[in-house]
Design a protein around this ligand. Structure first.
Ligand SMILES: NC(=O)c1ccc[n+]([C@@H]2O[C@H](COP(=O)([O-])OP(=O)(O)OC[C@H]3O[C@@H](n4cnc5c(N)ncnc54)[C@H](OP(=O)(O)O)[C@@H]3O)[C@@H](O)[C@H]2O)c1
Length: 266
């Protein structure tokens, strides 16, 4: 288990424009690391860069554009190669099952799974280059604990994150021989622009600042699977171990409770 971030490190962080990514960027900049920051909107990235213009580069990117993402390979290698790629960018679109739309599924999968896969393809040559010099190198993939339980309306989001976690664990096995490590981050509910749209109760909600602290603390001690808040994620782990008929009943009941909650809203 390699410990990261204990010395100044070259980092590529996606989804740095808001929420968890913005807080990660802010804390990493304050700790003296060298950052490449990506998201589609340039303005928040440029704002972050003003804190340390000599250590922060803004690399605007729509990661669903495969050609544009792969074309970033040289920006990740020069002038100093990225050692740690924190692939955090993502989206969440809920499905209304009464008007099932495969487009909702596609939107989640295109961003969360295929977009992240594009980023992996872009950065792997650089991580291999780093390993050839004998330094540690890692991919950090921000997935979600939501995929551990069949939450209603999360068909697209949960499926994209379940696939992403599988991809990460499978890639971990493939890259082990090369010494490139893969860390999976599975947050519970975090207050960000992504969850501000939610119209249902979010148990154990934490701030983006707390989420970023937990991710960085996990990387500093060399955790390969980082999940939080633990009261929520352990509960989900236990629920996911129940027999499927029990899980189905619980998921349906939670959905009814959430619907009642919405009906009570003004
Ligand atoms: N908040 C939670 O409760 C929670 C829970 C579990 C997992 N997560 C995961 O944590 C990650 C961060 O989420 P968040 O809550 O911080 O959301 P957020 O505030 O909406 O941030 C998402 C970031 O991703 C960027 N992004 C979205 N689509 C992109 C694309 N196609 N190409 C490049 N960048 C893109 C956004 O910037 P632009 O719009 O400018 O591109 C933004 O910077 C996501 O992967 C999310 O699934 C969040």
């Amino acid at each position: 288990m390699t410990r990261y971030l204990n010395t100044p490190t070259d980092i590529w962080l996606t989804g740095a424009g808001s929420g968890i990514g913005y807080e990660l960027a802010d804390q990493l900049i304050q700790s003296g690391h060298r950052l490449r920051l990506s998201a589609r909107r340039c303005e928040p990235l440029a704002r972050l860069a003003t804190a340390a213009p000599d250590r922060v580069r803004v690399l605007p990117l729509d990661m669903t554009d495969r050609d544009a993402t792969i074309a970033m390979t040289s920006d990740l290698l020069e002038p100093s190669p990225v050692q740690l790629a924190i692939l955090n960018a993502g989206t969440c679109e809920y499905l209304d099952a009464s008007r099932f739309s495969s487009q909702v599924i596609a939107n989640n999968v295109n961003t969360n799974l295929l977009g992240t896969a594009n980023c992996i393809e872009a950065v792997l040559p650089t991580l291999r280059q780093v390993r050839r010099t004998g330094l540690p190198a890692a991919l950090v993939i921000v997935s979600s604990s939501a995929s551990w339980f069949p939450f209603a309306r999360a068909e697209g989001y949960g499926a994209s994150k379940a696939a992403l976690t599988y991809l990460a664990h499978s890639l971990r096995a493939d890259l082990a021989a090369e010494g490139i490590e893969v860390t999976v981050v599975s947050p519970g509910f975090v207050k960000t622009p992504l969850t501000d749209r939610n119209d249902f109760p979010m148990p154990f909600l934490i701030t983006a600042e707390q989420a970023a602290q937990k991710i960085l603390a996990g990387l500093r001690v060399g955790r390969r699977d980082i999940h939080f808040p633990r009261r929520f994620t352990w509960l989900l782990k236990i629920l996911s171990a129940l027999p499927q008929p029990l899980i189905d009943r619980l998921a349906a009941r939670l959905n009814r409770t959430a619907s009642d909650h919405q009906e009570l809203r003004p």
